[in-house]
Structures are given as structure tokens and as C-alpha cells.
Design a binder for this molecule. Structure first.
Ligand code: FES
Ligand code: FES
Length: 140
């Protein structure tokens, strides 16, 4: 496989050996699923988290239909969220991922997908929990 030299070696490395590719059962009450798309290119990323009772992310996986940078970004995202408290990963910025992978400016939206997917996964998990608790009270 030949990749454009413009890609930083870390992108190529994550593209060739993506970490944590896969799916969890989205109906599992301990799983949060983030499904996001990039309007700019039509690429789609699914990132899932598995959360324990203390609110820590114990596992994460992704499936990305997108460019090499998007795949590398989601691979990094799953590595970064594992083992961390759910609320802490909301501070992960796409710029951190882009910097880590040395993404060029035209590829910034690819790392944006990863940030969005993390947030969407946490939101999904929280919504699920709120529903499961059968809270009739508005928790906002
Ligand atoms: Fe993979 Fe840093 S190169 S997490
Ligand atoms: Fe669309 Fe990378 S070109 S996510």
C-alpha cells in the first residue's frame, strides 16, 4: 500500500494497525454509542465506550468509513478514552488529536469527527442511563 508522503508516519501506523476496531452491542446498558458524520466529505465514524458503575470508561472501539486520517484519529481516540473517567474525556480536543498525528490543516475535520464521536458516545450513555433510571424528573 502506498500512501501519500504528506501523511505523517503516525497516521500511517494507525491506519495500518488501527487499535480497537470493532463494535459493542449498542443495546448494552453500559455502552454509549457515538455516530457522527463529516458534512465536508461524507465520511462516517462510530465510536463506542463501555462504562463501569463508577463512570469510568473501561473499553472503547470504533468503526470508521473514511479517510486514513479519520481512521487514525478514531484509533487514537479509543486509546485516549480507555481507563479514564467519562467526564474527563469530554476535554479531549480535536486539536490535540491533530497535533498528535501531525495532521495537515486540510485534514483537521477528520480529527473533529473523533472529538464529536467521543462527545456523542458520552451523551448517548448518559441519556440511556437517565432513561433506565426511569427518572420522571427533568435532569437538565
Ligand atoms: Fe498512537 Fe500516539 S501514536 S496513540
Ligand atoms: Fe473526511 Fe477525513 S477526509 S474524515
Amino acid at each position: 500500500i502506498t500512501l501519500k508522503r504528506a501523511y505523517h508516519e503516525k497516521v500511517v501506523e494507525h491506519y495500518n494497525n488501527p487499535r480497537n476496531v470493532g463494535s459493542f452491542d449498542k443495546n448494552d446498558p453500559n455502552v454509549g454509542t457515538g455516530l457522527v458524520g463529516a458534512p465536508a466529505c461524507g465520511d462516517v465514524m462510530k465510536l463506542q465506550i463501555k462504562v463501569d458503575d463508577e463512570g469510568n470508561i473501561v473499553d472503547s472501539c470504533f468503526k470508521t468509513f473514511g479517510c486514513g486520517s479519520a481512521i487514525a484519529s478514531s484509533s487514537v481516540a479509543t486509546e485516549w478514552v480507555k481507563g479514564r473517567p467519562m467526564d474527563e474525556v469530554l476535554t479531549i480536543k480535536n486539536s490535540d488529536i491533530a497535533k498528535h498525528l501531525s495532521l495537515p490543516p486540510v485534514k483537521l475535520h477528520c480529527s473533529m469527527l473523533a472529538e464529536d464521536a467521543i462527545k456523542a458516545a458520552v451523551r448517548d450513555y448518559k441519556e440511556k442511563k437517565a432513561k433506565a433510571a426511569g427518572s420522571s424528573s427533568d435532569d437538565r
